[in-house]
Ligand binder design. Sequence first.
Ligand code: CAA
Length: 258
Amino acid sequence: MAYENIIVETRGSVGLIALNRPQVLNALSTPLVRELGDALGRFEADSSVGAMVLTGSEKAFAAGADIKEMQSKTWPGTYTEDFITAEWESILRCRKPVIAAVAGYALGGGCELAMMCDFIIAADNARFGQPEIALGVTPGAGGTQRLTRFVGKSKAMDMCLTGRMMDADEAERSGLVSRVVAPERLVDEAVEAAQKIADTSLPIAMMVKESVDRSYEVSLSEGVRFERRLFQASFGTADQSEGMAAFVEKRKPNFSDR
Ligand code: CAA
């Protein structure tokens, strides 16, 4: 598939995808989202890639779903095509870790796309928001659910009901983003973090991701039981033998993803 709305490259063992519709602040049109799904799927299948970074431009990660494309949609149409679910959730099917590197606007579907990633690194000019209410719709790609889990009910209600934006400092204080960096450091910082993950054992990194994600779906005791089974299973990997031997021998581990 030739890409017209994203730029894709590999840095080391990291797959880097940049949303690229600068004229509309990376508004998330169906062709863009389709290309994104294709690129993520390729990195997911590429054994030389251990983690991914999703970014935008310095001005916008993404200013939301493409309003001009959505304007003429109808209720039976959105329902029958299963709008959002059908095209947007490919990122949730990635089992390799995906980091969002967010500068500028991350609004509506842009904020929701960032929250579908495993964690968010933000530039200090990042601005997060769920302004859909001003368009006469609710958030539709998980905003009311994921934002609430990240920042709690009061801030999520405030953002979804008033549509106000949250700056990078508030987002870090509230637990929406993991770290804030200077805009010129953003992509490098995210790629370095992704490379650090890619240097570990792929199956173990995938298990860590799956286990943290499970904590949002089940009770604490079920989550801990799930984690315990993965922890026990990790002793069946060659990478456990290698990782612990390397520690004892005071050398760097050489993981084989087995
Ligand atoms: N869809 C389509 N086009 C968009 C867009 C969007 N979400 N956001 C910005 N654009 C376009 C503008 O229409 C404009 O295009 P033209 O030059 O052709 O007029 C261009 O991008 C630049 O935007 P602005 O001139 O508005 O730039 P600004 O700096 O003055 O304002 C902004 C920036 C505050 C982000 C403003 O563009 C804005 O409010 N955008 C819409 C944000 C929004 O409502 N997002 C939610 C969308 S709904 C959604 O995402 C549903 C869901 O949950 C899945």
